[in-house]
Every structure is written in structure tokens, then in C-alpha cells.
Design a protein around this ligand. Structure first.
Ligand SMILES: [Zn+2]
Length: 335
């Protein structure tokens, strides 16, 4: 409505001035031509400026890389030690420590929302290990799955290189693998995350992807085995921090770091040795975004939900989000 009204008012005014100049007997022909030329340029600029689609479809960068850390709680992050890369991303980027998971606070459900821009009731994944939606998805794309960030990119930028690598095979059921240039399940790399990390480094350097997710499941495993917020949990987070440092270095080695927005986030937190419940410890996770055009050291007061993650990615990459998504880009992150 705003756009239509502004367009109408702007062009009504220009048209009135146009008629006035044309009928003014005090102006000679040359002056009239000059005035009318200027008005034509103004009218053209009005059309350009008032097209929100053109503005929205302008990509901020050529690359987005997201590190997905399963089970990384925002709660008690202050207690974490040896995470210089994460702290550096927070100091040089924008973030919230109150992004809220959808219910139930478990993996497949919340990774579905992370890629599908929608809550449980819409995408239909309801269990920690759902392979197909238990509730029929309200909308399906031509691969018979709720639209994901990957399928939306494929539709709008068919040539774009997209990737997803993961060490929990549950991820493959919520990303629309048919729409992805390269996806890879890396078994058993919980034990040695270097394996997962090396594959991610090589992929970044070789393919310079438009959008890439590197998923790590080891922190969630540690939480289930030793408990959340235990020394073991924080030690594993410190190991993941080193992985983050290596992936940032891979972007620099690939020569694309300055044209990349780097994201780290999670699906849910945890409490004691589990999650899936309704405590804040289980529901709140970090969402940290850093790179060109992102405010530095900014903690947003805005409400952010799990399904706002892909909406923010789509906005950054100049991709129009589908009507089926209810997520919103976190606009306050942008300069
Ligand atoms: Zn999880």
C-alpha cells in the first residue's frame, strides 16, 4: 500500500507541474524543454526508488556461510572459556542471545524451521528425528517438501553454488537435497571434528559457495553424555570455536572473506542431559551475524525466532522469500 500510494502522489504532483510548465506563456520553448526534461528524469527516479522489489532483491554480499552448532545454548555463555573467535564475531557483528526455538525444542523440528522459515505447525516436523513431516506440510514445492532456503535459491538463482555438510544424517531430511549443488553426510565425525572441518574448508576454497551450511553435532552429543554447562560441554564449545577460526581462515584463503556474511547459530539449548522441554535454557540460542553491511558489536533488542534465520539469509542474498514463510529478516542488524 505504501508503495502504491507514494507512487500515485509523486506522479500526480509531477504531472501537475508538467501541465503548468507547458501552459506557462512567460517561458520560451527552450526553457520549457529544459524543465520538462528535468521532470522526466525525476519521474523516472520516482519509479526506480518506489520499487521495493528492486530494493529487496539487491544482494548485500556474494556469499553467506552459516555454521550450525547443534545444542548450543545461549544460557550461561558468559561462563564459556577459550572461544575467541565467537567473541570476535560478536564484537564485530550483530547478535541476539534470545533467539527462541519452536516447540518441541529438539533437532529436526528446529533445523526444519532454520531452513524452512516456518514453525512446527506449518512445516510439520514434530519429533527430534523426524524424516518426513508427521503433520502434512501446508505447502510443498516441486520436490514435495516445504520450501527451504536451498529450494528458493535454486528457483531464483539456478546457477548458484549451494552446499550443506553435516555429521548428523537427520539434517538431510529438512534441507531439500534435490535443490542443493553439494551435500554430504560425514559419518562418525563427532569423534574427530577435524574431519568435518577439513571437508568444510576444502569446499569453501574449491567452490566459493553462494550459500553454505557447515553443521556440527558434537556439542549436542557432549550435552547428552556429560550434561549442558559442564566442563566437558565448554571444552567441546572451545573446540568448535577453533573450527570457526579455521573456516574464517578458509574464506580468507579463498579470497572471498570481504564479500561474505558469516553466521553462527543453533537449533536449541539444553538442561541437565537433555532438551525438548519448555525451559528457557532449552529454548534460547545465539544468532550471530558478521560481515559487510552488518552493525558491529550490536545486540539487538528485537524479537527473533528460529524461523527468522532463513528470512535473514534470503534478505542478505537478495532472494525473495516465499509467501509460505512467516520468518522476518532481522532488519536491525543491517547498517
Ligand atoms: Zn539438536
Amino acid at each position: 500500500m505504501w508503495c502504491k500510494d507514494t507512487f500515485f502522489i509523486c506522479h500526480s504532483n509531477i504531472f501537475a507541474v508538467f501541465l503548468w510548465v507547458l501552459n506557462d506563456k512567460n517561458l520560451d520553448t527552450m526553457k520549457k524543454i529544459l524543465f520538462l526534461s528535468c521532470l522526466s528524469v525525476l519521474a523516472w527516479m520516482g519509479i526506480s526508488c518506489n520499487s521495493p522489489q528492486q530494493q529487496k532483491l539487491q544482494p548485500m554480499v556474494k556469499h553467506v556461510v552459516m555454521v550450525g552448532i547443534d545444542g548450543w545454548a545461549a544460557h550461561d555463555l558468559a561462563q564459556a572459556h577459550d572461544i575467541p573467535n565467537i567473541r570476535n564475531l560478536m564484537a564485530n557483528g550483530s547478535y541476539t542471545l534470545h533467539k527462541r526455538s519452536v516447540l518441541p525444542s529438539a533437532s529436526a523440528i528446529n533445523w526444519a524451521s532454520t531452513f524452512m522459515g516456518a514453525p512446527t505447525e506449518l512445516h510439520g516436523y514434530t519429533k527430534w528425528n523426524s524424516k518426513v513431516p508427521e503433520i502434512p506440510a501446508l505447502v510443498q514445492n516441486n520436490h514435495n517438501i516445504f520450501p527451504t532456503i536451498y529450494s528458493v535459491i535454486r528457483e531464483q538463482k539456478p546457477e548458484a553454488e549451494t552446499g550443506c555438510t553435516f555429521d548428523w544424517d537427520g539434517v538431510k531430511f529438512v534441507i531439500d537435497t534435490l535443490a542443493i549443488s553439494h551435500w554430504e553426510y560425514i559419518p562418525d565425525s563427532y569423534v574427530d571434528i577435524n574431519k568435518n572441518c577439513t571437508i568444510a574448508e576444502n569446499y569453501i576454497k574449491e567452490k566459493k559457495p553462494f550459500f553454505y551450511t557447515a553443521y556440527f553435532g558434537t556439542l549436542d552429543e557432549t550435552g547428552h553424555e556429560h550434561g549442558w554447562y559442564t566442563p566437558e560441554y565448554y571444552n567441546t564449545l572451545a573446540e568448535i570455536d577453533q573450527v570457526i577460526g579455521r573456516l574464517i581462515q578458509a574464506l580468507k584463503d579463498a579470497g572471498i572473506y570481504d564479500d561474505t556474511i558469516f553466521i553462527i547459530t543453533s537449533d536449541h539449548g539444553g538442561i541437565d542431559k537433555g532438551h525438548g522441554g519448555m525451559t528457557i535454557e532449552e529454548l534460547e540460542t545465539p544468532f550471530i551475524v558478521c560481515g559487510k553491511g552488518i552493525k558491529k558489536g550490536f545486540e539487538t533488542p528485537d524479537v527473533v525466532m528460529q524461523y527468522d534465520v532463513p528470512a535473514t539469509i534470503a534478505y542478505i542474498l537478495g532472494i525473495q522469500q516465499p509467501q509460505a514463510w512467516v520468518g522476518r529478516p532481522v532488519m536491525s542488524f543491517f547498517e
